[in-house]
Design a protein around this ligand. Structure first.
Ligand code: SF4
Length: 156
């Protein structure tokens, strides 16, 4: 019975990934592209994706913007609040490299400096279709147990 229950949870994770979004210092360009992903135009719910109001209910973290001195602790805290297994998607050039803000004295750098990132979506900003594709890919990684957080648990 518990085996059936575990399989049901694994399938749900792939078919209905719940998503939480944080802005770590973004110009809002990436966030503006996330909004239509969950609107009738791009309709993320067609792939089961649902935006959540709390990290405690999420499977996938979307992060936009470069990590700043002011947001780095918040980013780590939000990541820790998401129950395992979890996946992280970095949106746009900022969380990948710091982008045009990289040499600012208030910038820590890429998201990788604070949390393990599973997928990067290129662009400044990325298009909604690319964001939804990344959510589907992250859901598949979760189902296969291949996210960084899952591998870290397996490797001890
Ligand atoms: S990647 Fe571009 S659009 Fe996105 S937060 Fe950075 S500067 Fe703004």
């Amino acid at each position: 019975m518990s085996n059936i229950f575990s399989r049901l949870i694994e399938k749900s994770r792939k078919r209905s990934p719940w998503v939480y979004r944080i802005n770590a210092g973004s110009c809002n360009g990436c966030d503006i592209e996330v909004a239509p992903c969950f609107s009738p135009r791009y309709d993320g719910e067609q792939i089961g994706a649902l935006l959540q109001g709390s990290p405690k209910h999420a499977d996938i973290l979307l992060i936009s913007g470069p990590i700043t001195l002011r947001t780095k602790d918040m980013v780590k805290d939000v990541y820790d609040q998401i129950p395992s297994p979890k996946a992280v998607i970095a949106l746009g050039s900022c969380p990948a490299t710091g982008n045009l803000f990289h040499d600012s004295p208030t910038i820590v750098g890429s998201a990788e400096a604070v949390i393990p990132v599973d997928l990067y979506v290129p662009g400044c900003p990325p298009r909604p279709q690319a964001i939804l594709e990344a959510i589907q890919t992250a859901a598949s990684l979760l189902e296969k147990g291949e996210t960084r957080s899952q591998k870290e648990v397996t490797n001890g």
